[in-house]
Design a protein around this ligand. Structure first.
Ligand SMILES: NC(=O)c1ccc[n+]([C@@H]2O[C@H](COP(=O)([O-])OP(=O)(O)OC[C@H]3O[C@@H](n4cnc5c(N)ncnc54)[C@H](O)[C@@H]3O)[C@@H](O)[C@H]2O)c1
Length: 312
């Protein structure tokens, strides 16, 4: 399937990244936003990303550690080629079409990436609203982090062309794209999405079947949970637990550094939602209390300047 016209629904953290990245890699990209206010909130996000892309490409001329896999094919890219890529960022930014009009956004789309709020009812209502406008052959992907596509496929009117394409935040450097279909997703659509992911500079990671948490979070969440349990049960302190992991495996970051990047609020929401956390005295309840105390002190992670470590 030939994909040229890409429509991204939602202009939040991920939607703006997916749109700019796809345009940067040469696709014709339209962003659908649900209101004029949403368009106005999306523009500064795109402007900020444009600055980050250009600064990063500029830094890559002199600093090998600045290399971002999603922006250039090789760390050996010459300064002249990097100047060409910088010009491409501006061209991509200028080419983006932002609209609230369903027909304009979806009427000629080959591929839609949905990146609206993580609320199942809102995603279903959105799919229903576009199913009559979207061309029959178009493929629809969800970037949902936690919802399984099979739970929403009946609202799309195209279960065979509906699947998950899950990006990591900061896609120009954390350039994985997990591709996950349902039992009804056609092989052809799955392959087309894998090719699209590759074409926009991602490293596609193919799942054979549905899995809550995809690959990364299926490993990361239990790992972080195990580290939190060691701390909450007072087995060792933060630095010692991190050292055990880093020195024992050669990993660059320990679990508490990773938790500071993820954000303690997300970690708290995950543990607090587990049934075990409702039992007083359980390890899960102790983890929740330990995280809550830090959150209440404003220590929510690297973005706040302090989490398990201080970044001030
Ligand atoms: N933030 C991340 O790190 C991350 C990573 C991977 C996947 N995701 C997934 O991407 C999706 C979007 O996440 P985000 O972080 O960009 O969210 P966000 O809150 O930053 O942005 C959501 C966008 O969708 C719009 N929106 C919200 N509800 C809507 C509705 N009912 N109809 C139409 N538009 C609506 C908002 O106006 C906004 O533009 C979610 O499914 C999330 O799970 C997020």
């Amino acid at each position: 399937m030939d994909i040229q016209n890409v429509t991204v629904a939602g202009g939040g953290v991920l939607g703006s990244q997916i749109a700019l990245q796809s345009a940067y890699k040469g696709f014709s990209v339209t962003m659908w936003l649900r209101s004029e206010g949403s368009i106005e909130r999306t523009r500064p996000k795109l402007e900020r990303l444009r600055g980050i892309y250009k600064q990063t490409l500029q830094a890559m001329k002199t600093d090998p550690s600045a290399y971002c896999r999603g922006l250039a094919d090789s760390p050996e890219t010459s300064p002249e080629q990097l100047d060409e890529l910088i010009a491409k960022v501006d061209a991509a930014f200028d080419s983006l079409v932002l609209t609230t009009d369903l027909k304009q956004a979806f009427g000629s789309a080959d591929l839609v990436v949905e990146a609206i709020a993580e609320v199942v009812g809102e995603k279903e209502a959105f799919y229903s609203s576009i199913s009559g406008v979207l061309p029959k052959q178009a493929i629809l992907c969800t970037n949902s982090s936690t919802l399984l596509p099979s739970a929403m496929m009946d609202f799309t009117g195209r279960p065979d062309r509906f699947l998950a394409l899950h990006f990591a935040n900061n896609i120009w450097k954390n350039n994985t794209a997990e591709v996950m279909g349902t039992a009804k997703t056609s092989t052809e659509s799955f392959k087309a999405v894998v090719e699209f992911a590759r074409a926009i500079g991602m490293i596609p990671l193919e799942l054979h079947k549905e899995q809550p948490g995809y690959l990364l979070n299926s490993m990361l969440v239990p790992f972080l949970n195990a580290a939190e349990a060691l701390l909450a049960n007072d087995i060792a302190d933060v630095e010692t637990i991190d050292k055990a992991w880093m020195l024992g495996t050669g990993a660059p970051l320990g679990p508490f550094r990773i938790l500071d990047i993820v954000g303690l609020t997300t970690a708290y929401n995950i543990v607090a939602a587990s049934p075990a956390a409702q039992e007083p005295g359980s390890t899960a309840a102790r983890i929740a209390a330990m995280l809550k105390q830090r959150i209440d002190e404003g220590k929510t992670g690297i973005n706040a300047g302090e989490g398990f470590y201080s970044y001030k």
